[in-house]
Design a protein around this ligand. Structure first.
Ligand code: SAH
Ligand code: TYD
Ligand code: ZN
Length: 403
């Protein structure tokens, strides 16, 4: 049943049993690993693409949640720019107030704080919330939902902007989110959120965007319908080049802001792309199977030649690739990553060891699968030594390729 409208969800791909994508076990913890059925479908009524099974939120977002938003130079720049834009366009009145849902380590609110603007991050994961506080950002260590939003409204007054990046798609209980936004948002305020875009996922075969935390894969058509359902209106959309293609949705109370032409334009484009057609998702499923087959064949071939193969970036996305395609330490000996909290741990499910990125060169392997493909430019720029040593990168989206 659709988590948004109660309609019928038509399942289009089953990745089978999968671990939590951001749970990197210590060797002694692998016996207790949690698995769930990762399957995805589309609502026949409201077109919302969603997971069929929900993972309890406390299993994913807790004290030790290892994802640190500030780990990428490119994303830091993106969120500084985002903060500046919001400050210039929406936070212009006397004593403006902005709330961020899923503020993580303060990557966006840091800029807001430096500008001296009243703000609050709502962040359930204690470790990253602490990092944000250490940087001067005000944080409520909590889940955003109707009850917490109502308390914030009572304590701090209405918010001119409610912002979220890569978080709303993590939250199955959209009804409670919208009721919370209704309680907290000023009459003329905006709810702005950006998440991986279904149109890009289908176009580029980025099937690794599908994992436990990404409960929804949003499109203009599904977000517009959801907003309407809860008394809001989708008034603007903008495509973003980050994380393999996202859309920033701007939502206001019904009738208070003009609807920008970009909304209708992207909706039309989705119609042409067949973004609600069953055949589109059949094609997507066929491509996923083909890509996995080609990737495993390539890895087996180079391993048979006695070459050393590793992974680069212990991303959440890579959990889906390694576990669905059946890639273990026999095919990829280790994964290198800059996040200290992932070092000395094992990749979820596949149990490939994770090492510090500083060890990538000791010595360089022959092949490296670029799991953090969304940060390709940043990584290529700093790992030029790998190519110079004769190493080759492997990518798997939009297709398998040595490059
Ligand atoms: N905005 C950051 C972080 C994205 S990761 C960025 O774009 O990089 C998603 C974050 O949402 C995590 O820090 C997680 O703890 C948080 N989160 C998950 N459920 C939430 C909820 N119901 N309310 C607020 N934050 C939530
Ligand atoms: P990311 O692709 O942003 O997200 P997700 O985990 O949601 O799929 O994760 C980037 C990962 O890659 C993160 O663990 C840090 C790592 N990384 C590096 O190791 N080196 C780098 O230069 C960058 C930018 C990221
Ligand atoms: Zn629905």
């Amino acid at each position: 049943m659709c988590r948004v409208c109660g309609g019928t969800v038509s399942e289009f791909f089953d990745f089978g049993n999968q671990p939590l994508s951001d749970a990197f076990p210590r060797p002694e913890e692998i016996r207790d690993e949690f698995f769930f059925r990762l399957a995805v479908g589309i609502c026949e009524d409201c077109s919302m693409v969603q997971l069929v099974e929900e993972v309890p939120r406390d299993r994913m977002f807790h004290e030790d949640y290892p994802y640190h938003s500030s780990g990428s130079v490119g994303m830091r720049a993106h969120f500084e720019q985002t903060a500046r834009e919001l400050i210039e366009t929406e936070l212009t009145g006397p004593d403006p107030f902005i709330v961020e849902i899923g503020s993580n380590d303060g990557v966006m609110l840091g800029t807001v704080n430096q500008a001296g603007i009243r703000h609050l991050g709502v962040e359930p994961s204690g470790g990253v919330a602490k990092l944000a506080r250490a940087g001067g950002v005000r944080v409520r260590n909590d889940f955003f939902e109707q009850s917490s939003a109502t308390e914030i409204r009572a304590a701090d007054g209405p918010a001119d902007v409610i912002f979220a990046a890569n978080t709303i798609c993590h939250i199955p209980y959209l009804d409670s989110i919208f009721r919370g936004v209704d309680a907290l948002l000023a009459p003329q305020g905006v709810f702005v959120f950006e998440d991986p875009y279904l149109g890009d996922i289908v176009e580029l075969n980025t099937f690794d965007q599908i994992y436990d935390e990404h409960f929804y894969l949003f499109s203009v058509s599904s977000v517009r319908a959801a907003a309407r359902r809860f008394g809001f209106e989708l008034v603007d959309v903008r495509r973003l080049p980050v994380h393999g293609g996202e859309v920033r949705y701007t939502i206001a109370r019904e009738g208070v802001r003009p609807v920008r032409p970009a909304v209708g334009e992207l909706a039309r484009q989705e119609h042409e792309q067949g973004l609600v057609e069953p055949s589109t998702f059949e094609r997507f499923g066929t491509d996923v199977k083909r890509i996995c087959g080609e990737l495993v064949d390539l890895l087996r071939t180079v391993r048979a030649e006695g070459k050393r193969t590793v992974g680069y970036g212990a991303t959440a996305k890579s959990a889906t690739v390694t576990n669905y395609c059946g890639i273990g330490p026999d095919l990829i000996e280790a994964v290198y990553d800059t996040t200290p909290a992932k070092h000395g741990r094992l990749m979820p499910g596949s149990h490939i060891p994770v090492h510090s990125a500083t060890e990538f060169r000791e010595p360089y392997p022959d092949y490296a699968v670029l799991f953090a493909w969304n940060h390709a430019e940043e990584i290529m720029a700093k790992e030029t030594g790998f190519r110079e040593s004769g190493g080759r990168w492997i990518r798997y989206v939009p297709g398998v390729e040595i490059f």
